[in-house]
Design a protein around this ligand. Structure first.
Ligand code: 6PG
Length: 466
């Protein structure tokens, strides 16, 4: 029997997606150059509609037409190498999907490169990690709408489901799918940084034990903060290290690693002149955390003056909850503004409300906050930033002062709160009718005759300052 779907790359994500498809009754053929991976799929797929190919030609021969083939191989040169190997074996109308975290500019190049062959190339973001792949990811396919029509049925079967339906939709033209996944990851970095800052405050200033922290995050997961990341954070606090018997969190080294997708979001935002300081800071703080030796050496030179700002525990927890709520909203605000600017600039034609809807399940940044975000973009599809939306005005007004109070407390106690501060500063500047940028214009004109605009008449002006 011909397979309905082919998978190249049987690592964690590829293998779990294959098994997910097979559970939904889709006949899948998997191929990986690594024989161990072939064997593993053969074992785990036993009794399911799973076939394993031992070479590329066999994979291609096993598929019904038009062929649907997904690549889940490490982003970069390997994607091109696999495309070079498989594409000569395909026919016009076949569909190649890159399901990895490829840079969107690479996806655009691949679409162009495959155009003369008539093969549809779909750049698709897949979120949700191993569990998501196995049980229901959120998927962000972009590129060829014609290609998507051939994939829709299968992708909808394997996607996570919410009250809105399957967490997959055609995102838009060209590299829209990979761009959207990149922004998802930028938001993911910001959310994780904000949560870590609040953890630092509760631990260092509030003196909360891991058991108390677990309880706080468990409680928060029943409030407006309910989300995948808050849920797993509670779980992290209760895990014991099997080697030492210590809480695992306390034996994990405080150096955060990254694969680069958060950095890409910041780089792209800079190119498009979109401010997203919470995401920028989240990326920078990962770098700073990685400079462990420098930090240890500097810490000895700058001993922290612990000020005695004993705060009521419950009050501190409440301040943290509100500040986190504020920071998380501002992270989504910044990411979504980037997405809408990119959509216009790159002619992606992304429907932001639909993106929010497919982020409500399966992905790493899923949260109940997305319900209000969806409402805001449904009310106004041309919304530039949720700060402007009537849905959020009362919420942000109510949270702003609490966030400022928590930041002040953290600063007095030398507790770093870069992302919380960036969120508040972004909001404060965004909602300021007057900024001191007139001075910058004066200085630019002074030393470089760069000209300035005036408040009282249109045009460009230059002054001889000396
Ligand atoms: C997802 C994640 C995933 C990402 C990891 C690692 O949506 O499932 O975003 O795609 O690769 O979270 O990211 P970093 O190593 O950069 O933290």
């Amino acid at each position: 029997m011909s397979a309905q779907f082919g998978m190249i790359g049987l690592g964690t994500m590829g293998r779990n997606l294959v098994l997910n498809m097979a559970d939904k009754g889709v006949t899948v053929c998997g191929y990986d150059r690594n024989i161990d991976q072939q064997k593993r799929l053969a074992e785990e797929g036993a009794g399911k509609p799973v076939q394993v190919a031992t070479n590329m030609q066999e994979l291609v021969n096993s598929l019904e037409t038009p062929r649907r083939i997904m690549l889940l191989v490490p982003a970069g040169k390997i994607v091109d190498a696999v495309i070079d190997e498989v594409s000569p074996l395909l026919q016009p109308g076949d569909i190649l999907i890159d399901g990895g975290n490829s840079h969107f500019t690479d996806t655009d190049k691949r679409i162009e490169r495959l155009k003369p062959t008539g093969i549809h190339f779909t750049g698709m973001g897949v979120s949700g990690g191993e569990d998501g792949a196995r049980l229901g990811p959120s998927m962000m396919p972009g590129g060829s709408a014609e290609g998507y029509a051939e994939l829709k049925n299968i992708l909808e079967k394997i996607a996570a489901k919410t009250e809105d339906g399957p967490c997959v939709t055609f995102i838009g033209n060209g590299s829209a799918g990979h761009y959207t996944k990149m922004v998802h990851n930028g938001i993911e970095y910001a959310m994780m940084q904000l949560i870590s800052e609040v953890y630092g405050i509760l631990k260092k200033i509030g003196g909360l034990s891991n058991a108390e922290l677990q309880q706080v995050f468990t409680d928060w997961n029943t409030t407006e903060l309910q989300s995948f990341l808050i849920e797993i954070t509670a779980e992290v606090f209760k895990k014991e290290d099997t080697e030492t018997g210590q809480p695992l969190i306390d034996v994990i080294l405080d150096k955060a690693k990254q694969k680069g997708t958060g950095m890409w979001t910041s780089q792209s935002a800079m190119d498009l002149n979109v401010p997203l300081p919470t995401i920028d800071v989240a990326v920078s703080m990962r770098y700073l955390s990685a400079m462990k030796d420098d930090r240890v050496s500097a810490a000895a030179k700058y001993p922290v003056q612990q000020s005695n700002t004993a705060t009521d525990k419950q009050q501190l927890i409440s301040l943290c909850r509100n500040a986190l709520h504020f920071g998380l909203l501002l992270s989504y605000a910044q990411g979504l503004q980037l997405l809408s600017v990119a959509s216009t600039t790159y002619k992606y034609a992304i429907n932001i409300a639909e993106v929010i809807s497919i982020w409500k399940g399966g992905c790493i940044i899923r949260s109940v906050l997305l319900n209000d975000l969806q409402k805001a973009y449904k009310e106004d599809a041309a919304l530039t930033n949720i700060i402007q939306s009537p849905v959020f005005i009362p919420i942000l007004k109510a949270l702003r002062n609490e966030t400022a109070a928590l930041i002040a407390l953290a600063i007095t106690n030398s507790q770093p709160v870069a992302a919380l501060s960036a969120s508040l500063q972004y909001f404060t500047a965004y909602s300021a009718a007057q900024l001191p940028a007139n001075l910058i214009q004066g200085q630019r004109d002074f030393f470089g005759a760069h000209t300035y605009e005036r408040i009282d008449k249109p045009g460009s002006f230059h002054t001889e300052w000396n």
